[in-house]
Design a protein around this ligand. Structure first.
Ligand SMILES: Cc1cc2nc3c(=O)[nH]c(=O)nc-3n(C[C@H](O)[C@H](O)[C@H](O)COP(=O)(O)O)c2cc1C
Length: 256
């Protein structure tokens, strides 16, 4: 049995919520899936004040007291996660953005490895595809295995043709997502993933010290010396590329 949790960034139970339900029901028809829908509007989330204490000292020192950790715990307890948002003024909704800002420290110190991610964006007319790309980028940044998300067009009143298109899009997305859930949770990184890891960790190792939480986190995880975030078998080409990324990062960091 696999657990999938959808985080919905619309305060009303309409198109975004319904798309999440439909996607999750599609998944359930494919295998043994338990799901939960988390409506972010049911939780307390305060806007980030930008103090950067989470980056520098650790997220436990954040002055805001809200439901951030409850939501993170829900992600940690899931095999798969979905971020679903309406398109508001060509971006995610404010609730979704507040949630993402509350996770800001986790882009520095990613932690959702081995879990599958996708996104759903509900739009009236235009702009949703870029938001899908943005959310998928966020999923990668947090460490998830990301499955390309979907944008659905929901201009009211909905036509039958529009609804059929949505059904098709969400069915195909569920198939992709289910296939990813069934694959090994810790895949060999792509060259791009490897590059981001090696450039970042070399810079952290050289530029920071143990007064910075990013440094101690990387040190605790063994990331200052490891091939990648998790144990993996790099082939000859990726091994060589990894060393090259380390040395490029070292020389650009020293030249700064
Ligand atoms: C404040 C606001 C801004 C919106 N901005 C856009 C937009 O930029 N582009 C667009 O295509 N639709 C836009 N819409 C339409 C919504 O994305 C669309 O109605 C969506 O289905 C709403 O999701 P919901 O049914 O879950 O509330 C906007 C709606 C609202 C309320």
């Amino acid at each position: 049995m696999k657990k999938v949790t959808a985080f919905v960034g619309s305060a009303r139970k309409k198109h975004t919520y319904e798309a999440a339900v439909q996607f999750l029901s599609n998944l359930q028809s494919m295998g043994d899936i338990e799901y939960e829908i988390v409506r972010l509007s049911d939780y307390q989330l305060q806007p980030c004040r930008g103090c950067k204490v989470c980056f520098e000292k650790g997220e436990e020192h954040c002055p805001l007291k809200d439901d951030r950790d409850v939501l993170i715990e829900k992600m940690m307890a899931s095999d798969g996660v979905v971020f679903a948002s309406p398109n508001y003024s060509f971006q995610v909704s404010a609730i979704m953005k507040t949630f993402l800002d509350r996770l800001g420290f986790a882009f520095h110190r990613p932690r959702f490895f081995g879990k599958t991610f996708t996104s759903i964006v509900a739009q009236g007319i235009y702009g949703g595809k870029k938001i899908v790309d943005y959310l998928d980028f966020v999923g990668n940044g947090l460490g998830f295995n990301t499955v390309k998300g979907s944008c659905i067009t929901t201009l009211d009143p909905m036509t039958e043709k529009q609804q059929r298109k949505i059904d098709k899009v969400l069915a195909a997305q569920a198939r992709r997502y289910y296939a990813r859930l069934e694959k090994p949770a810790y895949p060999v990184p792509t060259l791009i993933q490897l590059m981001f890891f090696r450039l970042g960790r070399t810079k952290i190792g050289l530029e920071l010290d143990d007064s910075f939480r990013d440094y101690t986190y990387y040190a605790e995880k063994g990331w200052l010396d490891s091939d990648y975030y998790y144990p993996t078998r790099l082939g000859v080409v990726k091994k060589g590329a990894g060393k090259l990324f380390d040395s490029v990062s070292a020389s650009t960091t020293r030249a700064r």
